[in-house]
Design a protein around this ligand. Structure first.
Ligand code: SAH
Length: 229
């Protein structure tokens, strides 16, 4: 799968691509992730990519020209399934959105900056808008990294243990059960006996029960979505 990320500050994303699971996916050739500096597509003095908003008001707005030039250059090389704009007013990012996007071949992710982007970028060039939560960040770089990570870890062959991804929160509509590692007792906090029993069926049952309890307590909305409560 290929993801092209377009940004005014690509350095904010580059180190994220060089570590951990995303790096592993790239070195295995499962993910091809390319960064594009919007400034490289400016034809203006000092590689300017933004301007003051029409009608006045505070903040600068990313202009349509460099963005269109960059997207057009990419599209001339391959076809894209989606051109995604990261935006606080986009559709909320959920695990099921990630699953849908994991099945795609080529994605473009556009990061906004400053006050945002010219509206014509959104209506004319983008096919999807995604928010990572109800708060406002300074740029779309961290949101793009979040989306890229969430998609990457779902690609077959990225996680060494497929079961690990399947047992994560939201995967089956439940939150993940608690996990423990050595030592068995720390201060007077002991690891639940059942996990040390070696009884696989009992362990599975305990984990499912814990996942259910945790979901009921913390995110009853997830159970309601399934019509369980
Ligand atoms: N004026 C805009 C916010 C601009 S923030 C508004 O009120 O909606 C600058 C950029 O950061 C946005 O264009 C977007 O790309 C990114 N961004 C900020 N918060 C985000 C969020 N919660 N999810 C996704 N992208 C976000």
């Amino acid at each position: 799968m290929r993801i092209d990320i377009i940004s005014a500050v690509p350095d904010l994303i580059s180190s994220f691509l060089e570590h951990s699971i995303v790096q592993r996916a790239r070195s295995k050739g499962i993910m091809d992730i390319q960064l594009h500096d919007l400034h490289d597509y400016s034809t203006r003095k000092f590689r300017q990519i933004d301007d003051a908003p029409y009608g006045g008001g505070s903040g600068m707005v990313l202009g349509i020209e460099p963005i269109d030039r960059c997207i057009t250059a990419l599209k001339s090389e391959r076809s894209y399934d989606e051109v995604i704009f990261m935006s606080p007013d986009g559709q909320p990012l959920t695990q099921s959105v990630c699953h849908r996007l994991t099945l795609k071949q080529n994605l473009i992710i556009l990061c906004g900056h400053y006050k945002g982007v010219d509206e014509r970028v959104r209506t004319g060039l983008c096919t999807m808008e995604i928010s990572i939560g109800d708060y406002v960040l300074s740029g779309g770089e961290l949101p793009a990294a979040v989306l890229t990570d969430a998609i990457t870890r779902l690609q077959p062959g990225v996680l060494s243990d497929v079961q690990s991804a399947l047992s994560d929160s939201f995967q089956d509509g439940l939150l993940s059960p608690p996990v423990y590692t050595r030592p068995a007792v720390y201060r007077d906090w002991a690891v639940p006996e059942v996990l040390r029993s070696g009884h696989e069926t009992q362990i599975d049952a305990w984990r499912h029960e814990q996942a259910l309890m945790r979901t009921k307590l913390r995110r009853p909305d997830l159970l309601a979505d399934q019509g369980d409560v």
